[in-house]
Design a binder for this molecule. Structure first.
Ligand SMILES: O=C(O)CCC(=O)C(=O)O
Ligand SMILES: [Fe+2]
Length: 354
């Protein structure tokens, strides 16, 4: 068993999937299955995303966030489009109810979907053209764009290979997920986490609050700065997922958990950056074909046992998750503004009387 209570997600060598050693491949399948049943988290090395490409995209991540705020907001996610692409300012999201708006800024990228694509015309799952800074803001934006799309394409291809392994963990053919991965969409976010100021309330401050991912699987690249933690339900501890050069963190999302009738786990995780350094990461959320209908997978319930969930399309499942977390940050800001207005209103008569 590679994944036990109290132990951080193991590092698995994914090269066994591409090799021709049947025993090594079976061991990989068994290890992945153990992780899916335990907490849905593992790291992989020996995969198909080159280290030098990881380095290039991470450099672009830093270079983009180094731009002045007034340049970044020109490609704002909420001001330039309605399909969720572009820059997201610090404190836009609260994934953990009751905590403060999160100390991260982001930049959303996805498939380059043109305005004549049926996905755009039918307003499918936040799909449309990417938003890039112009050359007066970022003279070598062409390289940013090429590197981001090259990285995205490689990670999406790897996600499909991981799904082949997941099919094998369920004793299905490798091709079992093909209809779901055909026309699949994914979203990539460049993320930048400020280091937490020493005077910020420890209990309420988050880089990203405790949450589970909404989609099917997430593939995450971390730089060298730690901060990602996975909740261990058995010991009630938060376990550090240590950055490992070249490794990608893989975790299952809520849709995979639902699809497996809760047999495979979409686990709570969070980021707290108290390192004193800036932290950068790049998750790619693999959603799947927006119109694909997800219903209980084979081998996920005993004979005669009911499926726990109704069928749902990928699109419905993923949009529901987004609405909740952004709605919470909006409400927090509205309530805070209202509280500030109230305190001014209450203070005003005293000021006058004085
Ligand atoms: O930045 C990280 O390490 C984790 C990011 C994450 O969990 C997310 O974006 O859903
Ligand atoms: Fe996440």
């Amino acid at each position: 068993m590679p994944s036990k209570a109290g132990q951080a997600p193991p590092i698995l060598d994914f090269s066994a999937f591409y090799g021709n050693n049947a025993a090594a491949k079976q061991k990989l399948v068994n290890d992945v299955r153990d992780c899916c049943l335990h907490n849905g988290f593992f790291q992989i090395t020996g995969h198909s995303v080159p280290l030098e490409l990881q380095g290039r995209i991470m450099n672009w991540n830093k270079k983009f966030f180094d731009l002045p705020l007034e340049e970044k907001v020109k490609v704002g996610k909420d001001t330039t489009n309605t399909w969720n692409r572009g820059y997201e300012v610090l404190r836009s999201q609260i994934l953990e109810p009751g905590t403060l708006p999160e100390l991260k800024e982001g930049f959303y990228i996805g498939d380059e979907i043109s305005t004549s694509h049926p996905y755009f015309i039918n307003k499918k799952l936040n799909l449309g053209p990417n938003i890039w800074p112009n050359t007066s803001t970022l003279p070598d934006v062409g390289d940013f764009k090429a590197t981001a799309l090259e990285y995205y394409t490689k990670v999406v291809a790897l996600a499909k290979d991981i799904l082949k392994v997941l099919a094998l963990t369920l004793d299905q053919k490798e091709s079992w997920f093909d209809d779901f991965t055909d026309g699949a969409v994914a979203t990539m976010r460049l993320l930048h986490y400020r280091t937490q100021p020493p005077d910020s309330p420890q209990k309420l401050t988050r880089g990203i609050g405790a949450h589970t991912d909404f989609g099917t699987i997430t593939l995450l690249l971390q730089d060298k700065v730690a901060g990602l933690q996975v909740y261990d339900h058995a010991t009630k501890e938060w376990l550090d997922v240590k950055p490992t050069t070249g490794a990608l963190v893989v975790n299952l999302g809520n849709l995979m958990m639902r699809w497996s009738n809760d047999r495979y786990i979409s686990n709570l995780h969070r980021v707290i950056n108290v390192s004193g350094e800036e932290r950068y990461s790049i998750p790619v959320f693999f959603s799947g074909n927006p119109d694909f209908v997800v219903e209980c997978m084979p081998n996920c319930r005993k004979e005669g046992e009911e499926a726990k969930y109704k069928p749902i399309t990928v699109e419905q499942a993923v949009l529901g998750g987004y609405a909740d977390s952004y709605g919470r940050a909006e409400k927090f800001k509205k309530d805070a503004a209202e509280a500030a207005r109230m305190s001014v209103a209450v203070a005003a008569p005293e000021v006058k009387a004085a």
